[in-house]
Write a new protein. Structure first.
Length: 154
């Protein structure tokens, strides 16, 4: 398998850690594999927070959210390091951490298509009641992508 490109949508859950373990155990001996951890976040709005505006009350909340984003980026870098510690080389593991502009399934589909990823590793959180009411990310990704393997880690 030449240049096996793997995309792992990552949202900092225990199930995401299982997806990392699956990828490490499955692809670490394939030296041509390339893994990308993929996280898109809802962008923070630009607001005027000067002392003269009512919005100044939001300043501490915005500061908290900005720090939370920085912590998440550190966490995804730590997850990348986890894969490096499992035997992958520096050029085999990358990450994408950027603001979301569309729905999560559309972001994953676009990333998989544009990056020409052959494998997408998703995870399934059991017992989520919301799944009964809305189309899941998994269903939309699976039904939209062609000629790609989609692994769902449970």
């Amino acid at each position: 398998m030449a240049n096996q490109k793997i995309l792992i949508p990552y949202n900092f859950t225990d199930m995401d850690q299982k997806a990392l373990e699956f990828a490490a155990n499955t692809f670490k001996y394939i030296k041509t594999s390339r893994i990308t951890l993929f996280h898109v976040y809802i962008p923070l709005p630009d607001i005027e927070t000067s002392a003269k505006t009512v919005m100044s009350r939001l300043s501490s909340s915005m500061h908290f959210l900005t720090n939370e984003l920085k912590e998440k980026e550190k966490a995804i870098q730590s997850s990348r390091q986890y894969l490096l510690d499992k035997g992958f080389s520096e050029d085999q593991v990358d990450y994408v951490f950027r603001p979301r502009t569309r729905s999560l399934p559309d972001e994953i589909i676009d990333a998989a298509t544009e990056g020409n990823y052959q494998v997408i590793i998703l995870n399934l959180r059991p017992h989520r009641i919301i799944r009964a009411f809305v189309q899941s990310v998994h269903n939309k990704v699976i039904s939209s992508l062609r000629n790609r393997a989609v692994c769902i880690v449970t």
